[in-house]
Design a protein around this ligand. Sequence first.
Ligand code: 0X9
Ligand code: ZN
Length: 403
Amino acid sequence: MFRRRLAVFLAASLLAFTPALGSSAAPNDQPSTYEISGTTQPQRTAIARMGIDIHAVHGQVMTVGVTPREANLLKVAGYRLTLVPPPSREELANKYHSYTETQQAVKDAVTKYPAIAQASSVGQSYEKRDIPILRLTGAGTGDKPEVLFNCNQHAREHLTAEMCLHIIDRYTSGYGSDAEITKMVDSRIIWIIPMVNPDGIEYDNAGGGQRGWRKNRQGPGTDLNRNWGFKWGCCGGSSGSTSSETYRGTAAFSAPETQVLRDFVNSRVVGGKQRITAHIDFHTYSELVLWPMGYTTADTTPEVNADQAKTFQTLGRNMAATNRYTPEQSSDLYITDGSIIDWMWATHKIWSYTFEMYPTGAAGGGFYPPASVIDRETARNDAAVAMMLSYADCVPRVIGKTC
Ligand code: 0X9
Ligand code: ZN
């Protein structure tokens, strides 16, 4: 164990002191996908700190995208790597929505269901693309609890935009015919942001697509899910190195995309009260339901008391029972700091979850599953989404508490 730790340390130092490869990188320095079995949380956190691009963690199996050089360093560190063959080009068959198609889908929902749907822009991305948001609510007055769903902070996680578009479709087309949907739309305000990172998505789709791009497109790219302003960069759960896939940016909220989303959430404080009570941030892949905090492995923290931890766990497990994902505290994966859910909870006491969608590993297509799975894998979350909405009036009700 110690020898392995030492080896990890040496490997990490080697990586840290090897100059970043620029555009002159050798053609064989392209990343490939590997699986590493039998990993523990400290090992995964160490691997994350090495700057390795982590694609997924399912149980103890970790899926990583690494260059030949990084693969060697991991091997030197004592890890056994299994190569996962890349998906065939045919599997690209495009039913996934581009940014423009997503914008159009949001507009179409308003055209078709003007009584319940309104569209606007949260603000603009670094490259000045509007970030569309849909507001859904039906009959019924008074204070309605609000629920936010956002997708695609990470560019290559294309299935997530489909998830948000599926929620839009379901909660518009089912209104008036499906009793549960009608009740939720009438009694809640539902906010849906299908693409938080449009620049990254457009870049990932360019030139044949499947470029594996994760970050936004500001300079070297910032990992939006490390740029949020609660304990930003505190705990070794993000990187200060611009070339890293988890580069946290120059400051908390240095990315326009996190700024505008933050401002939107702040704007939902009305009369001193945050109207949004519940939130899901969709990612791929690993099939997980994750809750705060991500910056520490402690279950209770200054931000999360025992009842709150129990509430997060209980609702998280109940939702995971419906989609057969694995429920866990987000830091059980690996430590992250500056993530959206830590901020949502710590700043606004919004019951905030990260869902990691299909697949569990690279075998299902990794970040690029065939479009044939979209319907099945988005519908898989219908019951969990409904459950989140149904508890939005008082989430602690899930553990028998009143609000
Ligand atoms: O690392 C992330 O941002 C998320 N995984 S992904 O593979 N989609 O990039 C997980 C975030 C989990 N949240 C925390 N650990 N706080
Ligand atoms: Zn992600």
